[in-house]
Design a binder for this molecule. Sequence first.
Ligand SMILES: Nc1ncnc2c1ncn2[C@@H]1O[C@H](COP(=O)(O)OP(=O)(O)O)[C@@H](O)[C@H]1O
Ligand SMILES: [Mg+2]
Length: 573
Amino acid sequence: MRTLTPYMKKYRIFAILSPILMILEVMADIAIPYLMSRIVDIGIVNRDIGYIVRVGLMMIGAALLGMLFGIISAHYGARAGFGFASEIRESAFRRIQRFSFANLDEFSVSSLITRLTNDCDTIGRVTMMSLRMAIRAPFMALFALIMALRINASLAKVFMVAIPVTAIAIGIVLIKARPLFLKLQTRVDRVNAIIQENLTGIRVVKSFNRQDHEEGRFSDRNDALRDTALQAIALIIFLMPVLNLVIYSTIMAVLWFGGQQVVMGTMGGGELISFITYITQVLMALMMISFFFMQLLRGSASVNRVLEVLNTESEIEEIDEPIKNISDGSIAFNDVWFCYPGSKERTLRDINLNIKSGEVIGIIGSTGSSKSTLVQLIPRLYDVTEGSITVGGMDIRKYDIEALRDQVAFVLQKNTLFSGTIRSNMRWGNEGAKDEQIIRALKQAQAWEFVSQYEDGLDHRVEQGGDNFSGGQRQRLTIARALLKSPKIIILDDSTSAVDMTTDARIQQTFKEELGHITTIIIAQRIASIQYADRIIVMHEGRIESIGDHKTLKEISPIYSEIYESQQRGVGV
Ligand SMILES: Nc1ncnc2c1ncn2[C@@H]1O[C@H](COP(=O)(O)OP(=O)(O)O)[C@@H](O)[C@H]1O
Ligand SMILES: [Mg+2]
């Protein structure tokens, strides 16, 4: 909880005012039964209409004031609660933006979504309730108890039975509720996981006709969530009749013993009525306390889950005075070894490599030979396990991460576009890009040929994930977006796989001639996509098998010549 208090700072005033106003409301609530007993015992007994009207008006005044304080307090409580939650959500969102790829491997996307929505909402709601109930209930119980004692101390003995019985019932429920609420949250997570996985892959699900299977998986988890929710509700439902029983038995006991006192004349009728109101208030307050604790339990499950996000440090650390200026696009790997966090296997072994600024490098190798892993280390998407990597002659860990990533443009294997227009997507690379710049980049990536066909050109809509483009169009757009950053190094991880051969060849040509100053690394499956590279790296099982140009590799590398021959055959000479 202490870690979370700073998030309340902006809403502190509401968090303080809400309980204060609440206490005023409680006072009005307490005054009303007392005033009523005066009307009955003094006004009615003495047939004093003036007195009845005077005290009656005071009662109305107290009720109105109580209502006013109550409304304002509820309003402030809501502001504090939901304001608090939105601050936490924002900070968690910011934290996730800084997550390294390794952090993202650790949390699932759906769990992060639940934590940011459902869990933050719960925190807001619980905070709002705490601000009101946690103050209202004990004050109410205390004041009502005092008033009851003042009216008739001997009759107040009924509390000695009623309070312990209520406390035991509440205690039992709370002990049972705790594990249930944790379970409930993980169940919500699991339902969200399947929704998220399915909606992002809905086209695959449909094309494989797996709807029935997926519906089955979904309803299993959905049923599990419903059952847990019902179990939690059942606990609360159990508490209601028990508390009602206690309240009514107490009222009956009071009527029995108090009625005798009224008959004997030692107690006023009005006093008896107000006494009953006070004991009801005390027991209601106890009920409220139990609900409050229940909410608190629910809230603490959510707080823990959000804290896990807030307390996750990015694996990628920045040094104190990072260098912002990257002199050129040269890259060197020095004795680099790498294993993915949490995996024992070494994914990259003993990598030594020197790339000159402006060179065009091709990388080829079977799937799983660690081509993607190798290039992901350059913009520090992951950090090396052993050894070092330099860019522009300087260890990449000495650079400001933003500056490094600005200079190393990465077109990921699974790159997506975002909903908006072509222009807004291109500006991801460079916020202030003018249309001429965007068009130049689109031309370089061979994307202008289809973008210029659209009537609305750069304003053409992009659906979520870029679903309204073909695979090859999407790849060319993501290349253009990367070029707009005017980087010193550009990495294309299998980014032209869906582009036809002719266009692919034109993209290569552009990189070699027009963009000769940019160090280019192209990972490809097709030899044709890298044939003209200055040098080609052949990867095999996490190691560099050989390096050389197309001609040399055909002679010295068995793996390369095998790939070459199989692809020549594929072309069908
Ligand atoms: N995020 C990850 N966590 C753990 N292991 C991974 C991760 N990404 C890839 N790997 C493993 O690293 C190896 C190399 O993968 P990758 O570099 O993607 O190969 P390539 O790009 O050559 O097909 C594979 O065996 C893969 O299972
Ligand atoms: Mg790959």
